[in-house]
Design a protein around this ligand. Sequence first.
Ligand SMILES: C[S@@+](CC[C@H](N)C(=O)[O-])C[C@H]1O[C@@H](n2cnc3c(N)ncnc32)[C@H](O)[C@@H]1O
Length: 251
Amino acid sequence: MSSEYPEVFARFYDLIYQNMRDGVDNEFFFEQIRQSGGKILEAGVGTGRFFMDALGMGTDIYGLDISEPMINVLIEKLDAEHAHRISIQSILDFEFDFHFDLVIAPFRVMMHLTEKEEQLEAINNVYRHLKPGGKFIFDAFIPDLKQLITGLENQTDFEAEYEPGKKLTRTVSTRPELINQLINITFEFEWEEEEGKKTERWDTSLRFFFRYELEHLIERSMFDKYEIWGDYKGNKLAEGSKEFIVICQKT
Ligand SMILES: C[S@@+](CC[C@H](N)C(=O)[O-])C[C@H]1O[C@@H](n2cnc3c(N)ncnc32)[C@H](O)[C@@H]1O
């Protein structure tokens, strides 16, 4: 299983997720970016779904990611004067010789870390790069218990023209692995090119969390102040919540 997003995923990422995701988490993360007003890092910046607009707002934002294909898509959009803001590094052991007021890891970045020691390493590495009072914000989905039992079988989650007259279809299958708290995911892309139909497949895994595990994890880390919300609007965790929004603060 690979956690490094491949070229096919990077190529179609904006088309798929601007549709699927922007309405869900955009307002929340942009509000955090606006409120911060200082130096910001997006860990797992991807193709720049947040980064590009944050930069457009005049923010002093940096981005890192382990996937070269995702970073290449972002670099294509960026004026050369800002290229120094982007680097290929991991959240586990990234290095900067300055500190941040806010570090965000939006849209499941932390769920790519499958081992507890690497989760802790990432959180502590972020902590070391924050200024006092600085915040680290990440999200994780709350597992859907029905799906944890049954998984998904070839579900089409995206179907549209990616260029006039050329269709893209993405299907997703999941095989939950309960003992390791993993959801093993297969994405299958099928799209039309001049020379005919193309298909590609990517297998990856996401590590799912439960509430008290997340609390224990943060409490084991260097952070001594945190909150976990149940959605992007700031509501408390409750029966029926679908998200963990984890907000850690360096005191
Ligand atoms: C679902 S994408 C989110 C991208 C972007 N934050 C967004 O909201 O659109 C998750 C990103 O996390 C990156 N990622 C996974 N593991 C990482 C790691 N250890 N360090 C940094 N980035 C990582 C992936 O390459 C991918 O670009």
